[in-house]
Design a protein around this ligand. Structure first.
Ligand code: CIR
Length: 273
């Protein structure tokens, strides 16, 4: 497995965010350190890490997950929901050209100029691809994924997220392995769970975590090792009990406080291929 990451720019504090950071502004040096710690963990668990240099014109550029969706050998370069982020994708596109398994790259904007989509709204489990509609991802964006990937795997559109205040689908649900998902134990999570079940029956086991932010974990080594957010003791209890103790998953907590201030989750800082 390869990972694409992008350095955190010094302009990071000008990112798009819904968090009110006035009283506790983003500490850039700490953010860079937290991001570097994340990359260090990745290095120990993937075959190669491809580094894309930071782009100071695009404060959110380190959130590479949003830039592309990849299924097997085919990559779509997204047209992001936030206008200020749309031009950041070229750096990631260049990196994708270096990855041997990627055989073709298409551009969402050329398939449908009205489609918008952030990769944070897409969960590809290996068996299914789920795309959540959100304030960033519209139906036409989801339609591009259906058109492009349906021959490779079933694509399901999840609509219930629109009733809630979450930025992305993967702020609510993330993957441990191809049969197990972590989901937030709030109404948004319950609705998403029911929608996923309506498409896939009992294919997935769901592990419910009490808080929203820690429902986004980074799963590596086919789910045998995970990174989770430090600082959420209620959810940590579930992770230690149900993942580490019961399933033998190796776990690592990382403090990503400064990235959380930018609405950043754990999955969003890498593209895993
Ligand atoms: C944004 O609002 O677009 C960025 N500040 C955060 C993006 C986080 N992306 C993700 O979770 N996939």
């Amino acid at each position: 497995m390869y990972a694409i990451v992008r350095e955190l720019p010094s302009s990071f504090a000008s990112c798009v965010t819904s968090v009110d950071n006035k009283t506790d502004p983003i500490n850039i040096e700490l953010a860079k350190k937290q991001h570097a710690d994340y990359v260090e963990v990745l290095k120990q668990h993937v075959k190669g890490v491809i580094h894309v240099p930071a782009d100071e014109e695009h404060p959110d550029c380190c959130f590479v997950e949003d830039n592309a969706v990849i299924v097997q050998d085919l990559a779509i370069i997204n047209y992001l929901g936030a206008e200020s982020r749309r031009k950041e994708v070229s750096g990631v596109e260049n990196a994708l050209k270096e990855v041997p398994v990627i055989k073709s790259i298409v551009h969402m904007h050329e398939i449908d100029p009205k489609a918008t989509l952030d990769g944070g709204d897409v969960l590809y489990t290996g068996s299914h691809l789920f795309v959540g509609l959100s304030h960033r991802t519209n139906q036409r964006g989801a339609d591009v994924l259906i058109k492009t990937f349906s021959e490779k795997c079933p694509v399901y559109v999840i609509k219930s997220l629109l009733n809630f205040n979450a930025l992305h689908f993967k702020c609510i649900v993330s993957m441990l392995n191809d049969h197990t998902l972590l989901i937030t134990d709030h109404q948004a999570g319950h609705d998403v769970l029911n929608e996923i079940k309506s498409h896939t029956g009992d294919h997935y086991t769901f592990i419910k975590v009490p808080e929203q932010i820690p429902s986004n974990i980074l799963s590596l080594d086919d789910g045998k090792f995970i990174v989770y957010q430090q600082g959420f003791p209620e959810s940590e209890k579930v992770i230690l009990e149900e993942l580490e103790k019961q399933r033998g998953v190796k776990v690592k907590a990382l403090c990503m406080s400064e990235l959380i201030k930018a609405d950043g989750a754990l999955t969003c800082c890498s593209i895993l291929i």
